[in-house]
Design a protein around this ligand. Structure first.
Ligand SMILES: CC(=O)[C@@H](O)[C@H](O)COP(=O)(O)O
Ligand SMILES: NCC(=O)COP(=O)(O)O
Length: 238
């Protein structure tokens, strides 16, 4: 079974546009769960342009499915937040400051010592650790050697290549996913997944544990409504 974790960053972006509390992030998270989401993902960034650190503490009180916090552990504030909140999963992402969105996975070989230290401290707090990587078997193996529980494959290149040649676009992801399976790592995927490209990814990698989806799902909700759109995404994963 592949679980759907809804990334609610874009709800916070909308809320922050007017400085009030509309839409209410907490209510949206609860509604996502009510409509079938099997997890809630947030990716607080140091500039708090969407999710604020305070939101994460408040969400922890209400999220009843899997809570997944993404971010860069080289920010001390992020490490403290995760250790305070103790979500079910933390996803380590090597965000560059000022980047519009995540745009690459870790070099798990070059950063092995740092990753190992962070992973150890999160795991000893009972938090599952997933490491964001490009679809490169060497980087998947590096994550395993650093002590990760899972990897999250950065799917932007798959999404970008899907319409031109989906077989070619998915091939490196299948190879990286096989490495994850062979080394005993759990497997997540995310970034730019949508209603067009999701089922093909799942059909080629049926052992995928989880996808986290935000931008496209929240955009689709403008047309279909959140209550309808979450089951539409869930159907792509069957
Ligand atoms: C880790 C990842 O793939 C990102 O997609 C991320 O969680 C989205 O972040 P933004 O919403 O800040 O673009
Ligand atoms: N980890 C990826 C994620 O949470 C959502 O990415 P996107 O769907 O907003 O591109």
């Amino acid at each position: 079974m592949t679980r759907l974790s809804v990334n609610i960053n874009k709800i916070a972006t909308l809320r922050n546009a007017r400085g009030g509390n509309n839409p209410d992030l907490i209510k949206v998270a609860q509604d996502c769960e009510r409509f079938g989401a099997q997890g809630i993902t947030v990716h607080p960034r140091p500039d708090e342009r969407h999710i604020r650190y305070r939101d994460v503490y408040e969400l922890k009180e209400v999220v009843s499915t899997e809570f997944n916090i993404e971010g860069n552990p080289s920010e001390e504030k992020f490490v403290k937040l995760v250790l305070d909140v103790r979500p079910e999963q933390v996803t380590l992402v090597p965000d560059a400051l000022g980047a519009i969105t995540s745009n690459a996975g870790w070099d798990t070989v070059g950063n092995r010592d740092r990753l190992s230290r962070w992973i150890e401290s999160f795991r000893s707090a009972g938090i599952r650790v997933s490491v964001f990587v490009n679809p490169d078997p060497g980087m998947v193996e590096g994550a395993k050697l650093a002590g990760a529980d899972r990897v999250e494959l950065y799917t932007e290149p798959y999404a970008a290549g899907y319409h031109a040649d989906r077989g070619k676009a998915v091939a490196p992801f299948v190879e990286a996913a096989k490495t994850a399976r062979d080394t005993g790592l759990g497997l997540n995927a995310g970034h730019d997944l949508d209603l067009d490209n999701l089922a093909f990814l799942k059909n080629n990698i049926p052992w995928l544990d989880e996808v986290s989806i935000g931008h496209a799902l929240i955009s689709d909700a403008l047309y279909y409504g959140l209550e309808n759109v979450i089951p539409m995404y869930l159907r792509q994963l069957q």
